[in-house]
Unconditional design. Structure first.
Length: 456
């Protein structure tokens, strides 16, 4: 059996070196050369190099094991190999960093009989001079390693399960059980943020509009998903913001998994496997919410759409937050860098299989249905905006263009007079084309990365 260090330095297999005859050491040396060549070619996983190498050289390990102890049942070694493969799959599908993995691996090593895995020979200066281990200990060591690798898998699976932290339902049950008011049927908790130094009236207005969008979708039975959350402006520069429950930003997802992970990788790893009901449901939730928020961002011209302002919840929905820039104001003092109708980067599209997939066609159809539904009831949106403008005028940043803000909003609902269903379909296709992997959107993400460290 081979045991390799985490930094993929190849230690000499002491078990084989001490137990095989001298004429067999040449064969081992050849194997080590093959390992070295493989190392140069192989794009090893940073978390589990030893696991990949042990699986690749399963047959070699099996043959050597049979030479060491030909009378022993060889099923245990194959069981180790299979468990290592399972561990590798769990590592690849986890959000554990290499540092966390190394910590677990070091704990496991401390529980093993390290005399079996030492790089030192019995005659080396630093050696304790102990004799070679009894061959009968080998099955016991294999059993320890097997159990240790199982512990890695269990810890990783538990880590995945708690990816979004304690759910709001679990938190409610925990607090309710210790609360003197827990017996009340109306008992409910909210996670909130107290904000100061920021005018929340515009954000409160935005959530009211988003809620109206959602009601229109429900009336027209269009399966576009939106998640309005509570914002209460208690003063000009102070207020309360509800935390979106059971969610995490795309920026946090990428930082936890490494900046190179795609959103599609996250969906596969957390909600997968791909053919499971959980994954299929998560993708449907994603499509419905992507369509819903694409329409909201277009009609309300919501800007500053970097990945710290886009959340993913534990059911797969995509949720936008932070509406400090909408209707007529935008980041950059009027530069209006984000000119795409809505955010639709390759990273977002890859989750549903790219632009040629059936899922993307489903997204396109849902966007069109949602657009038609909103056009039918656009006066409900328009009157809310007009009322807010009458009450506050250009005191709110979103009305910095004055009455033109309302006229432009109406034009987005009715781009041309006497439009028919086919015309709206063509218009929606044009909006998708303008948004798809828009270079301005991509560069705004890069700008936010360079300035604030928000991952694109």
């Amino acid at each position: 059996m081979y045991f390799f260090e985490n930094d993929i330095k190849f230690s000499k297999p002491l078990i084989i070196k001490n137990l095989l005859k001298k004429e067999e050491e040449k064969e081992i040396e050849n194997q080590r050369k093959e390992l070295k060549q493989l190392k140069e070619k192989m794009n090893t996983h940073p978390k589990s190099p030893s696991i990949k190498l042990s699986f690749t050289f399963k047959e070699t390990n099996q043959n050597n094991y049979n030479k060491i102890n030909p009378n022993e049942n060889d099923n245990s070694l194959y069981e180790i190999t299979n468990n290592r493969l399972q561990t590798e799959h769990a590592l690849n599908s986890s959000n554990m960093t290499p540092t966390k993995y190394d910590k677990i691996e070091n704990e496991i090593k401390s529980n093993l009989n390290l005399s079996f895995f030492s790089n030192q020979s019995p005659n080396s200066p630093n050696s304790s001079g102990s004799s070679d281990p009894d061959i009968n200990e080998l099955p016991k060591i294999l059993e320890i390693e097997n159990e240790s690798l199982s512990n890695i898998v269990n810890q990783i699976n538990e880590n995945n399960k708690n990816y979004f932290g304690e759910s709001i339902e679990q938190q409610t049950m925990r607090l309710k059980s210790n609360s003197p008011f827990g017996n009340l049927s109306s008992y409910k908790i909210f996670n909130i943020i107290i904000k100061s130094g920021e005018d929340l009236r515009q954000e409160q207005f935005a959530t009211q509009l988003i809620n109206e969008f959602l009601q229109i979708f429900k009336i027209e039975k269009v399966k576009c998903y939106l998640k309005p959350y509570e914002i209460i402006a208690t003063g000009i520069n102070v207020g309360i913001v509800e935390v979106v429950p059971n969610s995490i930003s795309i920026d946090q997802i990428k930082k936890k998994n490494g900046s190179m992970i795609s959103l599609f990788d996250f969906y596969k790893n957390y909600f997968g496997p791909i053919n499971s009901k959980k994954y299929k449901k998560a993708i449907q939730n994603y499509i419905q919410s992507l369509a819903g928020y694409s329409l909201v961002c277009y009609f309300l011209q919501i800007k500053d759409r970097h990945n710290a302002n886009i959340m993913i919840d534990s059911e797969g929905h995509l949720i936008h937050i932070d509406f400090g820039f909408m209707l007529s104001n935008s980041p950059g003092k009027g530069l209006k860098f984000e000119k795409a109708p809505f955010k639709l980067t390759n990273d977002l599209v890859e989750v549903i299989g790219g632009t040629k997939s059936k899922l993307f066609d489903e997204f396109r159809k849902l966007l069109w249905k949602g657009f038609i539904a909103l056009v039918k009831h656009y006066e409900k949106i328009l009157i809310l905006v007009e009322m807010m403008y009458c009450g506050h005028g250009n005191k709110l940043p979103c009305f910095e263009r004055g009455i033109d803000t309302i006229n432009e909003l109406k034009k987005r609902f009715i781009p041309k007079p006497n439009m028919k269903s086919r015309d709206y379909r063509e218009h929606v296709d044009e909006l998708i084309s303008l948004s798809l992997d828009n270079w301005r959107t991509n560069w705004y993400d890069k700008f936010q990365y360079y300035v604030q460290g928000i991952l694109p």
